[in-house]
Design a protein around this ligand. Structure first.
Ligand code: THU
Length: 129
């Protein structure tokens, strides 16, 4: 018997929502699960479009779901993809995470193990208006 690993629980939400990704152009599915300070989990997957620039990443879809539901305080985000590698979030998603919490924890899975980062590991400086 072992203790519940809540990061793994969060990652399981990401793995589940990844199945719903709409990625017919890249065949690269991504799932993200965002934990808020209230303990709520919001999930998102990537949604592609034949006008490629209209595609939205999984991470931003999860964050936008949370904001639309009245939450803006985010603790951590778990991300996985349909390949056996750690999916580093793109710059646009990092910038969106930074908007709400520049110390958010980023948890990545390659389907074998989990790696934990801080936002500043990927985005040490950012654009500010
Ligand atoms: N993608 C994400 O969902 N998150 C990222 O951080 C990077 C890329 C998606 C967008 C697109 O549907 C596919 O991965 C290939 O770029």
């Amino acid at each position: 018997m072992r203790d519940i690993n809540y990061d793994e629980v969060l990652m399981n939400y990401a793995k589940e929502v990844m199945k719903n990704a709409y990625a017919p152009y890249s065949n690269f599915k991504v799932g993200a699960a965002l934990l808020t300070n209230k303990g709520t989990v919001y999930t998102g997957c990537n949604v592609e479009n034949s006008s490629y620039g209209a595609t939205v990443c999984a991470e931003r879809n999860a964050i936008f779901q949370a904001v639309a539901n009245g939450e803006q305080e985010f603790v951590k985000i778990a991300i996985c993809c349909s390949e056996n590698r750690f999916p580093i979030p793109c710059g646009m998603c990092l910038q969106v995470m930074q908007e709400f919490n520049d110390e958010i924890e980023i948890i990545l899975s390659d389907h074998t193990s989990i790696k934990k980062y801080k936002l500043e590991d990927f985005l040490p400086v950012h654009f500010k208006l």
